[in-house]
Structure formats: C-alpha cells, structure tokens
Write a protein of this length. Structure first.
Length: 157
C-alpha cells in the first residue's frame, strides 16, 4: 500500500512527500518489531571478547518477548515457520485481518478485555483515513483525483 501511494502520487507533492517519508520508515519498523519479538541468541564468545558482535545482544536476547529467556523462551528456529504460516493465513483475507489474526470474534475479544487499547486505536482508523483523504483532496483536488485514479487502476492489475 505504501509503495502504491508513493507511485500514484508522484505528481502530487503534498501526498508524495508524506508517502516517501512513510515508506522509508516501514522497513525499520518491521525490523524493530521483529527484534522485539524474536532474536536469535548471539554468539556468547563474540560478545565476551568483543569480536564485533552487538555487546548488548545478550540483553536483547534475554528480553525478546517470544524467544527471550525472560519472555516465553521459545525456540526461534522452530517458531519462525509457524509464524510464517500464520502470517500467510492472516493475509489471505485482508478485509478480515483482525478476525483472521486472533481467530476470535471482535465482540469476544472486547468481552474478555483482550487488546482493548489496541481496539480503540483500530476503531479510529476509518474516520482518520477519511479526514486525511479529505484534507489532501482540498490541498489540490485535480492532483488528488489523478492519484486516486492511479490507485484504482493499480488495484485492478
């Protein structure tokens, strides 16, 4: 989606400036989230003798949420194929991403108090997206229309 916005808004400076900035940060965020959840254990000898390894690697491994010893302590090599399967399953139906992700209906999640703060943010997205789109449209209606048409065409391909 980010690449589509970048490409389709190439003649609409206000939108393209945002799209390019956003697009450059997406890979960094994926890496940060990945390291927060799963980290392979660093080579202890490299860390102790300073052989170029990240000196805080042991600490980061300890606190990785899924694989760290202070987290769930899961085996990262065994966990990765399971996570890949889940990711593929989740993306099969993007219109029901949360339903596929949690495999639990939204009303049941709310009833159980699971991800309540996340759901508050999630529920604000459609209104926020409409507001942003409307503001961009008023910035330059002609260029906004061109970008929107390009997105529609790229959706069909």
């Amino acid at each position: 989606m980010t690449a589509a916005l970048d490409e389709t808004s190439r003649d609409f400076e206000a939108m393209n400036e945002w799209a390019k900035f956003y697009a450059t940060n997406v890979p960094d965020k994926y890496g940060q989230v990945g390291n927060l959840l799963i980290r392979g254990q660093p080579n202890v000898v490299d860390v102790l003798v300073g052989g170029g390894a990240d000196p805080v690697g042991l600490t980061l491994d300890t606190y990785a949420i899924l694989t760290g010893s202070s987290g769930f302590g899961a085996n990262g090599e065994k966990l990765r194929p399971i996570l890949l399967k889940l990711l593929n399953m989740w993306t099969n139906d993007p219109t029901n991403y949360l339903g596929n992700m949690m495999n639990v209906p939204k009303d049941k999640l709310l009833e159980a108090g699971v991800l309540t703060e996340f759901m508050k943010h999630h529920d604000m997205v459609p209104d926020y997206a409409r507001d942003v789109a409307e503001a961009l449209k008023h910035t330059d209606e002609v260029k906004f229309g061109i970008a929107e048409d390009r997105l529609k065409v790229s959706e069909l391909q």
